[in-house]
Ligand binder design. Structure first.
Ligand code: PLP
Length: 467
């Protein structure tokens, strides 16, 4: 494709995306595609010779779009908001256009330095503790996902604890990790991948608000120590997936701090963005006790997937656990020690220029624009919760702190499940569910980039009609 043809087709594609943004509210939110439908519609063999671009674009409309669930629909209230925005899409496009690999500082200095700077901006926006700042031995890096950030935190924690043990006394076989029974499945996955073993993950029970009980954490740690195990990793969640519960960081931090081997990681995947608003910053109280922290701008901060901001207080353990320098990557800048090579801060070697989209988003919206987005989502969620409370057929399962409303029908799980199925089958909205204390509960996650008051109101009217 020549630059000239690219220019022409590029305009068409941007036009297609802009038109998609205008039309997305009208599509059935959840795809109605049947299993295998797309595979059956695609030719078995790849084309031997190149095809006209128009043919591909036609197939995009006729074959691909029907198989999409429209995450960018303002009527999408499932799972979590997967924010996308004009500036983020353009940042992604620029990143693709430049096609640089930012594995080493020397492979594209701007890729590394913009990332370091964006992490600095983000830390200021959220008022993160100073310990995560490079001046204090800390630092931030963009990971693809919170799952990767948690895995990296776990590996750094293992590095630290194994280094602390005397040689010959190998603690690697009896390391134990802890999280609440509401923590995201990525914690268990990280524990499995790292070879800690899921039997060495203790899922601590929660209180009435679904937050981890620090007293039970303390007891579990004491039991493990007594049994000769080595507690080494605690993951606290700020905004659990099921119900947006907040583990009490100050108390958990104290428990973790009582043992020099324990690394405290804080997973604030969706809710961390809220800390951009001073009035919600209290969700991070106690964060100064953590060794690492992550949140996903790709959920609620108007930034396209993938973008997870991962901060560590002591970058040395992270880089020690992940750094290998083969001959073919040696270079003067690395050897000078004056630069960051982000390949040492993540699992893969190669890395995309993700900081570009974050730069675009922060400069386009400003801190104020992002605050407005968060405040808007939270106020819609609070209003929705009031509507639920006012209808005697419904029960608000938890008073929402931020942008997630959990509710159900009083008459029972079957009715709630039927309501969810009917609402999603209508194509007008999309919600998901969870189970809280054995009850089937609907989750209404508010925060899609284009969601307005009338979308939320219409969703509630539909639920009332179908109930
Ligand atoms: N942690 C929490 C609390 C989440 O809610 C989620 C996703 O919903 C994750 C982690 C995983 O996020 P990611 O897809 O970025 O790995």
């Amino acid at each position: 494709m020549s630059p000239d043809e690219f220019r022409r087709r590029g305009h068409e594609v941007i036009e297609w995306i802009a038109s998609y943004m205008e039309r997305v509210a009208d599509f059935p939110v959840q795809s109605r595609s049947q299993p295998g439908a797309l595979r059956n519609a695609l030719p078995e063999q790849p084309p031997m010779y190149g095809e006209p671009f128009d043919a591909v674009m036609n197939d995009l409309d006729s074959l691909i779009v029907p198989g999409l669930t429209h995450w960018q629909s303002p009527n999408f209230f499932g799972y979590f908001p997967a924010n996308s925005s004009g500036p983020a899409i353009l940042g992604e496009l620029l990143s693709a256009g430049l096609g640089v690999q930012g594995m080493l500082w020397s492979t594209s200095p701007a890729c590394t330095e913009l990332e370091t700077h964006m992490m600095d901006w983000v830390a200021r926006m959220l008022e993160l503790p100073q310990k995560f700042h490079p001046n204090n031995g800390g630092g931030g890096v963009i990971q693809d996902t919170a799952s990767s950030a948690t895995l990296c935190a776990l590996l750094a924690a293992r590095e630290r604890v194994t280094a602390k043990h005397e040689s010959g006394d190998d603690p690697a076989s009896n390391l134990v990790a802890y999280c609440s029974n509401q923590a995201h499945s990525s914690i268990e996955k990280a524990v499995r991948i790292a070879g800690i073993g899921e039997n060495n993950l203790r899922m601590i029970d929660v209180d009435d608000t679904y937050a981890m009980r620090p007293d039970l954490l303390e007891q579990a740690i004491a039991r493990d120590r007594h049994a000769g195990n080595v507690p080494f990793f605690v993951c606290a969640t700020i905004g659990t997936t099921s119900s947006n519960a907040f583990d009490p960081l100050p108390a958990i931090g104290q428990v973790a701090a009582s043992d020099e081997h324990i690394w405290l990681h804080v997973d604030a995947a969706m809710s961390g963005t809220a800390a951009v608003c001073p009035e919600f910053r209290h969700i991070h109280n106690g964060l100064a006790l953590a060794d690492s922290y992550c949140f996903n701008p790709h959920k609620w901060m108007l930034t396209n997937f993938d973008c997870d901001c991962f901060f560590v207080a002591d970058t040395l353990n992270l880089t020690k656990s992940l750094s290998i320098l083969p001959e073919y990557l040696r270079n003067k800048a690395t050897e000078s020690g004056a630069v960051i090579d982000y390949r040492d801060w993540q699992i893969p070697l190669g890395r995309r220029f993700r900081a570009l989209k974050l730069w675009m988003v922060i400069r386009h919206y400003g801190v104020h624009g992002i605050q407005q987005h968060v405040r808007h989502s939270v106020s819609l969620a609070k209003e929705f919760a009031e509507w639920v409370k006012a209808d005697p057929r419904f029960e608000l399962v938890i008073q929402p702190e931020l942008n997630l409303v959990c509710f159900c029908l009083r008459i029972g799980d079957d009715a709630t499940r039927q309501l969810l199925n009917a609402a999603n089958a209508s194509g007008k909205v999309f919600l998901t569910h969870t189970v809280l204390r054995d009850r089937f509960v609907l989750r209404m996650a508010i925060g899609a980039t284009m969601t307005e008051h009338h979308h939320v109101k219409r969703c509630w009217s539909l639920l009332q009609e179908l109930a």
